[in-house]
Ligand binder design. Structure first.
Ligand SMILES: [Zn+2]
Ligand SMILES: [Zn+2]
Length: 299
């Protein structure tokens, strides 16, 4: 474990990747077995009633996962809304969590709606649709789909995230809302403009299925785990493998920023946008810089 000057410790790369793989492997048999029935029963939505049930099911499970995971992170955070010793700071943290949660729920509702629209109307037009009804889905396919999926989604995330910083329109109208949280809590994962949540949520996940067939149940699992990963990245203590917390904390909004990838620093290394919390780097950013980028209320 490595500690940064502000006291946060982060898991190492190796531990993070190994733990993720263990979680995937432990789930894989169950996922494949469940997939046989889920793929035919839940993921095919011929009537509006099926569609409404599917929407409710996905929203409730996604919301429960978000609140439970982010709640656990916040409840164990020494500066968090529960454990903070400073009453004033504790109150401020609660207000921040409430604001993050409100934005998060709206974005989540939009994501779930878009997911169901994709499943009902767009999915049947995609070449991989129904692939697993006619092809064998075994453990090797599942295991191979993990790194392929992670690579594709992370690539999508890097370029769309960078685009949101470099386009005036996307920054002003969309991404600056998420950067209103300079010191985010775990609840900031989905605290974003609904359009941003769509691009970096369901659209990103479904774009992967245009490249290679991903079993629907594996895709649901990946979506869940990507969300857990993003929650941890905003808490900043563990599994923040590409220092996303520093993207908020030390980044200067639109023009001075770095660490755009979600899972790992691959593309940030390739394109020279990786930033570490070293003394030299901290000194560089210590120079005064205009912070007029921020929205009215900044946490
Ligand atoms: Zn950003
Ligand atoms: Zn963020």
């Amino acid at each position: 474990m490595r500690s940064s000057p502000n006291g946060y410790s982060r898991g190492t790369w190796g531990t993070g990747i190994l733990s993720l793989l263990c979680v995937f492997c432990a789930q894989s048999d169950a996922a494949i077995a469940l997939g046989k029935s889920f793929a035919t029963e839940i993921l095919h939505l011929p009537t509006m009633t099926d569609w409404a049930v599917g929407t409710t099911f996905i929203f409730v499970s996604y919301f429960a996962q978000y609140v439970i995971t982010a709640g656990l992170f916040e409840a164990t955070h020494p500066d968090g809304a529960w454990l903070n010793k400073d009453d004033k700071e504790k109150k401020r943290r609660w207000l921040q969590v409430t604001d993050e949660l409100k934005l998060g729920v709206v974005a989540m509702a939009c994501n779930v709606f878009a997911t169901l629209v994709w499943m009902r109307y767009l999915d049947p037009m995609v070449w991989t649709y129904g692939y697993f009804d006619s092809h064998e889905y075994n453990i090797w396919w599942f295991l191979a789909s993990i790194p392929l999926y992670l690579f594709c989604f992370d690539t999508w995330f890097y370029f769309t995230h960078r685009w949101m910083h470099e386009s005036d329109y996307m920054w002003d109208k969309v991404h600056r809302i998420h950067h209103g949280f300079k010191h985010p809590t775990a609840f900031a994962q989905d605290a974003a403009h609904p359009f941003e949540a769509l691009i970096q949520g369901p659209i990103g996940h479904y774009c992967v299925t245009l490249v290679f067939p991903v079993h629907p149940v594996a895709l649901a699992l990946f979506g869940f785990l990507a969300s857990i990963f993003a929650i941890a990245a905003h808490d900043g203590r563990v599994y923040d493998l590409n220092s996303h917390y520093l993207h908020h904390d030390k980044g200067r909004g639109k023009n001075v920023n770095f660490n755009y990838s979600l899972f790992w620093p691959l593309w940030d290394w390739v394109f020279g946008t990786r930033w570490e919390d070293s003394k030299a780097n901290v000194k560089k950013l210590a120079q005064p810089a205009p912070e007029t980028w921020a929205p009215g209320k900044v946490y």
